[in-house]
Write a protein that binds this ligand. Structure first.
Ligand code: ADP
Ligand code: MG
Length: 238
């Protein structure tokens, strides 16, 4: 069973095609890095998978079910953004638990899930704070906590580390990798940082102007880029 299948996805904005016939199958447990230059359609593709945008054409399957017509909250996915998107007036605990409350889970179940995520992310001492009292790295941990407690089929990360400084970014990379291993989950990770993609991903998808140039394990792309665009973007030896 594949976790995510994209069949001939297209997206147009005002007659301008920004996603142009994407076919991609992602297996359970894979860490996929989606890379490409600014404006190539990475965020749009993630938003189509999550349901924040509708595809102009094509089918999106999650766990073998067509989800095109489903709202984001019914798709069993969780998204983590670059800008954290935390609610400023709520405590960390509430930010993490809110979606579960809305989904109607019982208090015991919510507390158990929050505890588990809090331990995993080591944010126990932050629970009563508000987002304004957190550092960038702490905010991103809280945003990940909010995603984890939903126990989604797929995590979608859109450049989650790009607001952090280089040192913190390196540290968070390791944490995200270990999180992926611990949760044995499926993750699609958008980044414009080749190093991040090379070190994190099982497979890298190189996107350019809304089309996939190449898909494969990091070393395959590095050593056997299909074309000059991939070679240049990945930084292959020439
Ligand atoms: P990336 O995340 O790779 O930088 P995006 O997916 O954000 O790229 O954008 C891809 C293209 O689609 C860009 O040309 C962008 O201007 C355009 N675009 C994205 N969202 C919208 C929108 N809501 N309305 C119109 N154009 C959009
Ligand atoms: Mg983007």
């Amino acid at each position: 069973m594949s976790r995510v299948a994209l069949n001939n996805i297209e997206k147009e904005f005002h007659g301008h095609r920004v996603i142009d016939g994407i076919d991609l199958t992602i297996e359970d447990g894979e860490f996929i890095a989606l890379v490409g230059p600014s404006g190539c359609g990475k965020s749009t593709l993630l938003r189509i998978i999550s349901g924040l945008e509708t595809a102009s054409k094509g089918q999106i399957l999650i766990d073998d079910k067509v989800v095109n017509a489903l709202r984001p909250k019914d798709r069993n996915i969780a998204m983590v953004f670059q800008n954290y998107a935390l609610y400023p007036h709520m405590t960390v605990r509430r930010n993490i638990s809110l979606n579960l409350e809305i989904a109607g889970l019982g208090k015991k179940e919510i507390d158990e899930r929050v505890d588990k995520a809090v331990k995993l992310l080591e944010i126990g001492e932050l629970l009563d704070r508000r987002p304004s009292q957190l550092s960038g790295g702490q905010r991103q941990r809280v945003a990940m906590g909010r995603a984890i407690v939903r126990e989604p089929s797929v995590f979608l990360f859109d450049e989650p580390l790009s607001n952090l400084d280089a040192k913190l970014r390196a540290q968070m990379r390791i944490e995200i990798k270990s999180l992926h291993r611990t949760l044995a989950t499926t993750l699609i990770y958008v980044t414009h940082d080749q190093l991040e993609a090379m070190t994190l991903a099982d497979r890298i998808v190189v996107l350019n102007r809304g089309v996939i140039e190449q898909v494969g394990p990091p070393m395959e792309l590095y050593l056997r880029p299909k074309n000059q665009f991939v070679a240049t973007f990945i930084g292959s030896p020439s």
